[in-house]
Design a binder for this molecule. Structure first.
Ligand SMILES: CC(C)(COP(=O)(O)OP(=O)(O)OC[C@H]1O[C@@H](n2cnc3c(N)ncnc32)[C@H](O)[C@@H]1OP(=O)(O)O)[C@@H](O)C(=O)NCCC(=O)NCCS
Length: 124
């Protein structure tokens, strides 16, 4: 829980609990260690939306995020997959591009103080 609990200083307990209850949370594990977590929802404007993706700091750049995203793609009910990240998160922006997402707008005026960039991937 500390892996995701510390993300951007947010308290993610509620988000995690609601996704666990709906079975929309996948965990990657490596040799018994928590390697990464992805949470998603399928009721976002009738599309799939990735609401959280975080990989253990020591296990990054080894394809964990790629594998988690692929798992969500395979479980997605519809063909439209969305995801988002803050405009300051250059690593996440690069990751989305590398995984085949294209930019799909942004939201201003969020409490985080930065623009949230959205990404889209057509699955089929
Ligand atoms: C963003 C994050 C989830 C990526 O996880 P990861 O497991 O390291 O990513 P992967 O190893 O699957 O990388 C997939 C591709 O993304 C790109 N990428 C990932 N990390 C990168 C980095 N630090 N610099 C440049 N490109 C990067 C690469 O193209 C990579 O493919 P390659 O290694 O074959 O070149 C991870 O850095 C993280 O948890 N960051 C903190 C939380 C966060 O920002 N979450 C994203 C919010 S949406």
């Amino acid at each position: 829980m500390s892996l995701v609990g510390s993300l951007r200083g947010q308290d993610l307990t509620g988000l995690i609990r609601s996704h666990v209850e709906r079975h929309h949370l996948l965990i990657a594990e490596e040799e018994g260690r928590l390697a990464g977590v992805i949470a998603y929802r399928t009721d976002w404007f009738q599309c799939t939306f990735v609401s959280l993706l975080v990989v253990h700091e020591k296990l990054r750049r080894r394809g964990v995020a790629r594998a988690l995203m692929k798992a969500v793609e395979e479980m997605s009910l519809g063909p439209r997959l969305f995801s988002s990240t803050e405009e300051t998160n250059s690593v996440a922006i690069r990751m989305h591009t590398a995984l085949g997402f294209v930019p799909s707008g942004h939201i201003d005026n969020l409490p985080q103080g930065y623009r949230e960039l959205f990404f889209f991937k057509r699955l089929r």
